[in-house]
Design a protein. Structure first.
Lengths: 112, 112
């Protein structure tokens, strides 16, 4: 059974903290994604990694960075958390090309 | 930028009725995908329709694609309370590593 696991379901952090969101997949997928989801805005792509150590910016990369040192793990980093980064964060993976994606359960981050 | 836009934003129907959701997109596509999200969870892939297909079925789901109008529809027949969820269309962006871009979703409520 395919599995994408996000390290936390719920997270509360303080403004200015450096925050790490971790995502691990066990399907040997090359592509991995980080999205944020806000009411009325749907899913917006933050970063995309098409292979180990490879990354591309999505539509809203400002305030975020990513790390993909190993194929199975894709980390999203909030360099200095701000209240406007309070959101649901979703990780996904897929084989290369235009096929379906598999999602983790989401991390609801609150920045206070 | 949003590639797909769903319509309506919200839909409330009685159990047993059919539910129809629409998706419009902006650029050329290889395929269009539909996903479902239960409240507070990750997304689950439902069905993929390729650009050379006009209609596809999967159980109680029927998806149509009209590439001339850049639109797709998802029909759920004989709806059940368990179908209550948000539904998203997504398209791989052909000009950008097939990044998967989502619309803002339709919230479906099926009343028992």
């Amino acid at each position: 059974d395919v599995k994408v696991t996000q390290s936390s379901r719920y997270l509360v952090k303080r403004t200015g903290e450096k925050v790490f969101l971790e995502c691990v997949q066990d399907m040997d997928h090359e592509n991995m994604f980080w999205y944020r989801q806000d009411p009325g805005l749907g899913l917006r792509l933050i970063y995309f990694s098409y292979d180990v150590k490879m990354k591309e910016k999505g539509d809203i990369p400002e305030g975020y960075s990513v790390s993909r040192e190993k194929k199975e793990r894709f980390s999203l980093i909030l360099e200095s958390a701000s209240t406007n980064q309070t959101s649901m964060y979703l990780c996904a993976s897929r084989v290369p090309s235009d096929t379906e994606a598999f999602f983790g359960q989401g991390t609801r981050l609150t920045v206070v | 930028s949003q590639q797909g836009e769903e319509d309506p934003q919200a839909l409330s129907i009685q159990e047993g009725e059919n539910a129809t959701m629409n998706c419009s997109y902006k650029t050329s596509i290889n395929n269009l995908q539909w996903y479902r999200q239960n409240s507070g969870r990750g997304l689950v892939h439902l069905i993929l329709i390729r650009s050379n297909e006009r209609e596809k079925h999967s159980g109680r789901l029927r998806v149509t694609l009209d590439t001339s109008k850049k639109s797709s529809s998802l029909l759920i027949t004989a709806s059940r309370a368990a179908d209550t969820a948000s539904y998203f269309c997504a398209t791989p962006r052909m000009d950008s590593s097939y990044k998967l871009i989502f619309g803002s979703g339709t919230r479906l409520l099926v009343r028992p």
